[in-house]
Design a protein around this ligand. Structure first.
Ligand code: AP5
Ligand code: MG
Length: 213
């Protein structure tokens, strides 16, 4: 089963994708994570993407669709597209990538959220430097301060684009370029809306109901 998690920055796409990966054996395909890995490596894609991401703008459609094409076969049991597609062009590219493999989208799950609350979610976010587990200064601190619940590591990191000014640009990009792809999926009858303002467990349950037992 291939699904998209759609929502603005901080809506909880990564949080929910990680849970689905654990519980259902699906594979999270996050273009944001792929781009951050490319930046960290200093690869040609990373060099192109670094400043664009730091500004909160969108990386080119060609780059991100190529990244998805490279990784799609790793998700043979089902992909969770997290942060992709983000433009009409990317939505059309994904149709082709899936059709070439006799696959098609089952659900587009929209995490409906209040943008103002998201600024707080994002600016408080941090993650384990070792395993990537996600935390929040107010909503989800590690059980023992300074120790990752998942792997026990003691180092944490924050994303360079998680400051308020960049978050505002990322949200404006979402409104201008990503939200307008919803009608494309609505016409196909694929959009399911979930209240993304509920707590993490409730959002996970609502997604489970959509995906079925
Ligand atoms: P990307 O990495 O995709 O970032 P984003 O879309 O801005 O979304 P985030 O990762 O910030 O939020 P999320 O929805 O995953 O929320 P999370 O679960 O972490 O993209 C980054 C950049 O890369 C883009 O700006 C662009 O430059 C580039 N890029 C990536 N893909 C691209 C594409 N396809 N095309 C072009 N450019 C692209 O949750 C946030 C916080 O809230 C966490 O701390 C979490 O613990 C907490 N939280 C989660 N759910 C809840 C809840 N229900 N209640 C309370 N707290 C919660
Ligand atoms: Mg994310």
């Amino acid at each position: 089963m291939d699904i998209i998690l759609l929502g603005p920055p901080g809506a909880g796409k990564g949080t929910q994708a990680a849970r689905l990966q654990q519980t259902r054996g699906m594979v999270q395909l996050s273009t944001g994570d792929m781009l951050r890995a490319a930046v960290a490596k200093g690869s040609p894609v990373g060099l192109k993407a670094k400043a664009v991401m730091a500004a909160g703008e969108l990386v080119s459609d060609a780059i991100v669709s190529a990244l998805i094409g490279e990784h799609l076969d790793e998700a043979a049991n089902g992909a969770i597209f997290d942060g992709y597609p983000r433009t009409q062009h990317q939505a059309e590219a994904l149709e082709v990538l899936l059709a070439d493999r006799d696959r098609k989208l089952e659900h587009v799950i929209e995490l409906a959220v209040d943008e103002e609350a998201l600024v707080e979610r994002i600016t408080g976010r941090f993650s384990c430097a070792q395993c990537g587990a996600s935390y929040h200064d107010r909503f989800h601190r590690p059980a023992a301060d300074g120790t990752c619940d998942v792997c026990g590591a003691h180092e944490f990191k924050r994303r360079p684009d998680d400051n308020e000014a960049t978050v505002r640009t990322r949200m404006a990009e979402y409104r201008a370029k990503t939200a307008p792809i919803l009608p494309f999926y609505e016409e196909k009858g694929l959009v399911r809306r979930v209240d993304g303002m509920a707590d993490v467990d409730s959002v996970a349950k609502a997604i489970d109901v959509i995906l079925g037992g």
